[in-house]
Design a protein around this ligand. Structure first.
Ligand code: ATP
Length: 244
């Protein structure tokens, strides 16, 4: 379960995220969408505990991120759009390190399947410098999934992946949700959002402009019935005229 309650984040005088709230139950996938600068990454970084909210609360797996940060983060995998890796650890050493940090007991049983799932089995002894950009992204994802997180937060999860990798990544996210993980993902790829997300949160200038399933959002905007998610997005965010 992921719960965001009246989250506000200010940078100095500037309010990047302004009192937003949403809940993601186990098995749900929430798509956070909005134009450039809307506040998506700021929200995700607050969710991951990288930056502290100015006001409001984030609960991960039932734990308040401010009050019980270790318990809350133990439930979480955060996969940023730019993978952060250790220059001097091989692929396999990354996974062993993460396993130790998260106290994963059956690491030997898990490493093989995770490397197979992310197609990194033949790179297990490679350093990050020896990996392509997409492979680095896959390694970051493998590190995130190794401890079987109950809450999963992804920023542009398909960046850098080839078409086959994108398809498998979509399947991986869907499988994790089916297994009961609460997922929040942010992406400008509206086809990905439409395919995977059970709920959509549209953010603009730090504020919520729509929240619910696509059907619920369209229901409250009758003029958008029958339009694509792209048309709905453009209409709600005032980013441009919808296509005829
Ligand atoms: P994009 O789709 O372009 O990635 P985003 O929705 O992820 O955008 P954020 O990165 O959350 O947007 O930024 C929201 C706003 O907060 C922007 O106006 C940005 O300039 C501002 N901002 C982000 N980080 C900081 C910071 N560290 N200091 C000051 N302002 C910031």
């Amino acid at each position: 379960m992921i719960s965001v309650q009246s989250l506000t984040k200010r940078y100095g005088d500037f309010t990047a995220v302004d009192g937003i709230s949403f809940d993601v139950a186990p098995g749900e996938v929430l798509g956070l969408v909005g134009p450039n600068g809307a506040g998506k990454t700021t929200t995700l970084r607050c969710l991951a505990g990288i930056i502290a909210p100015s006001t409001g609360a984030v609960l991960l797996g039932g734990y308040d991120l401010q009050q019980s940060p270790v318990d809350a983060k133990r439930t979480l995998a955060f996969i940023p759009d730019e993978p952060h890796l250790f220059d001097y650890l091989t692929v396999e050493e990354h996974l062993r390190f993460i396993a130790r940090v998260y106290g994963v007991a059956d690491v030997e049983q898990r490493i093989g399947p995770v490397l197979e799932e992310l197609e990194l089995a033949d790179k297990r002894r490679s350093l990050p410098d020896e990996l392509s950009r997409g492979m680095k992204q896959k390694l970051a994802i493998a590190c995130g999934l190794l401890h079987e997180p109950k809450t999963l937060v992804l920023d542009e999860p398909l960046t850098g992946l080839d078409p086959g990798g994108m398809r498998r990544m979509r399947a991986t996210i869907a499988a994790r949700a089916r297994a009961g993980t609460a997922v929040v993902l942010s992406s400008h790829l509206l086809t990905l959002v439409e395919e995977l997300c059970t709920k959509i949160f549209v953010i603009r200038r730090g504020r919520c402009v729509a929240y619910g399933s696509l059907a619920q959002i369209v229901e409250s905007h009758p003029e958008l019935v029958g339009r694509s998610l792209e048309d709905v997005f453009l209409a709600l965010t005032g980013e441009g005229e919808s296509a005829p």
